[in-house]
Design a protein around this ligand. Structure first.
Ligand code: ADP
Ligand code: MG
Length: 278
């Protein structure tokens, strides 16, 4: 990693440049669709409510996951026997007090860390045993990330930020980046840099960037944390509409507004996951 924050940010977003599967990804973008274009993947809210989640086909799943950290002060059990599945088309809010394991859970779902016990499955296939390179590829193809503080590169325009994750893939993703920015309402801000955009606009650019590789799952860490309420509402409406196009969304949050827009909310209490009524 570089000491230059912008450069290391680029590394974080783009990941390892080489990709054997790049051709497949590039071939899939020509239809200009924002969400998966498979009509079977599209779900209405009513269908979603009626549907029993099928964990074996979930794009992303934690199976009896325990995560322990060994440190100077002893062992911390950050997650304990967590079972969790993200299904296509749903928005899940993960709530819980500070230190309850939310970031740990998001890191495991994002294939950025490994469980101590239990397993992470992608479309029913365990992730364990894949090389770092395979993991990077599969992460890029499957998972989009949205962060509280946007993580945009300050010197790049909106279009350049959105297509950044494709920098090392063959083909030109500019048209798709423009489509995505239009989709999130920023068709008239394509060439603006982040400092020329409001907080809500920056988060929309980040959302567009997270969709550039047509992920199955969007992982969001406090997506409204730096936004005022009205802006938060419009970003959440955008996120929900993306989910309805077939993407599973997991949002870690302290914000009640996010739970209002979630199809279900789960709560972490000292590393134990509980379903809530909310
Ligand atoms: P949250 O995001 O809900 O605030 P975290 O997942 O960050 O919670 O942390 C859960 C617990 O694991 C906390 O007790 C935290 O101190 C501990 N923890 C998190 N990361 C590490 C680490 N890298 N090393 C040691 N302990 C950690
Ligand atoms: Mg955290």
């Amino acid at each position: 990693m570089s000491d230059d924050p912008a450069a290391s940010e680029a590394e974080r977003v783009v990941g390892d440049g080489a990709s054997d599967a790049a051709g497949a990804v590039a071939g899939a973008v020509d239809d200009g669709a924002v969400a998966p274009s498979d009509p079977d993947a599209r779900v209405s809210a009513a269908e979603l409510a009626a549907r029993e989640p099928d964990p074996t086909t979930a794009p992303l799943r934690l199976v009896d996951v325990t995560k322990r950290y060994e440190g100077g002060g002893g062992t911390v059990t950050a997650l304990s026997h967590v079972d969790f599945a993200v299904n296509a088309g749903e928005v899940i809010a993960v709530i819980g007090p500070s230190g309850s394991g939310k970031s740990t859970m998001l890191n495991l779902l994002g294939l950025l860390d490994d469980p101590t016990e239990g397993r992470v499955e992608l479309h029913g296939t365990p992730v364990a045993g894949r090389s770092e390179r395979e993991r990077t590829d599969v992460r890029r193809e499957t998972i989009g990330f949205v962060f509280q503080d946007f993580h945009l590169i300050p010197t790049l325009s909106a279009v350049e930020n959105v297509r950044l994750p494709t920098a090392f893939l063959p083909g030109d993703y500019t048209d798709r980046a423009v489509d995505l920015l239009e989709r999130v309402g920023l068709g008239d801000r394509l060439d603006h840099t982040p400092d020329e955009l409001s907080g809500g606009q920056k988060q929309r650019v980040a959302i567009a960037r997270s969709l550039i590789n047509e992920p199955d799952v969007l992982l969001a860490d406090e997506p409204t944390g730096n936004l005022d309420r009205d802006t938060g509402v419009s970003v959440l409406e955008e996120i929900r509409s993306i989910a309805r196009g077939g993407v599973g969304v997991v949002a870690v949050t302290h914000d009640d507004l996010v739970t209002d827009y979630a199809d279900r909310t789960v709560e972490l209490v000292d590393g134990v996951l509980e379903e809530t009524d909310g």
